[in-house]
Design a protein around this ligand. Sequence first.
Ligand code: PPE
Length: 308
Amino acid sequence: MALTKSQYIWLDGKFVAWDEAKVHILTHSLHYANSAFEGLRAYPTDRGLAIFRLRDHTKRLLNSCKTTLLKCPFSADELNAAQGELLRKNVFAPNTSVYIRPIVFVGYGVMGVYHLNSPISVAIAAWEWGAYLGDEGLEKGIRVKISSFTRNSIKSMMGKAKVAANYLNSQMAKCEAIEAGYDEALLLDNEGFVAEGSGECFFIVRDGVLITPPSENALESITQDSVITIARDLGVAIERRRITRDEVYVADEAFFTGTAAEITPVREVDSRPIGEAKRGKITQKLQEAYFDVVYGRNDKFSRFLTLI
Ligand code: PPE
């Protein structure tokens, strides 16, 4: 997907022109992959752009930093304010959703694995970004391959930190799935239970019950939490428990959730059709409800929105 440029990027407290937001080749994080990042979306509402769950994303960003020993030089309040300012400073096409990518990274100055003497930088970029798995995917559902890669083991990696290093595993799984003709990968954990997608959490529906795995082997996803909250509000029964591969195959419905992926239905897994091989009824209901919330059409959840 080619990037849609915007005008400014926030870098260490200053706005710089998009094309000038550069780093040195010896930036530590480029070599050793310790950088914490977030992905948020801002949606156009009746009252202008609103960032979805800004405070929760910033909290997770700072928790990621804590986990991987990155001393973020900015406070939560400063990071929240910077994201609002960045959206006000840039001009976006009306009625498009904007993706926001804050990143805390180890900068230039020291090489070698030990990073604690290196300077820490923070950048925030925002650009127009459409449906992550395609507009057609949102409507008709996507085809998914269970990956030959196991999700990062909790004995070696720390999946609750949204850090670049965790994404090599995602990247390999995603490429494998695409090269095999699928749209997305679903990764199992070390014991064979469903962990998460390359950049999404996973839900199934069986006999009217919504089921999603616990976060032990996955990112603590904000969209997953939003979907659970919305489902409760709609009176949909929910179970938070482990899911096996064969249970995925016989599910009535399945979908991925994530800030980028939003709610993307899954119509096929490993050449087994899921339900009627199209977006399921409960999936559609949740998708509509989710879009109502993020676009500011449901006052009950206005607490999730930060108007800029
Ligand atoms: N698991 C992983 C591994 C993951 O990367 C994401 C987000 C999620 C679950 C869902 O988390 P949340 O956004 O809080 O609901 N993936 C981000 C990055 C995608 C990318 O390609 O970059 C995202 O959706 O923004």
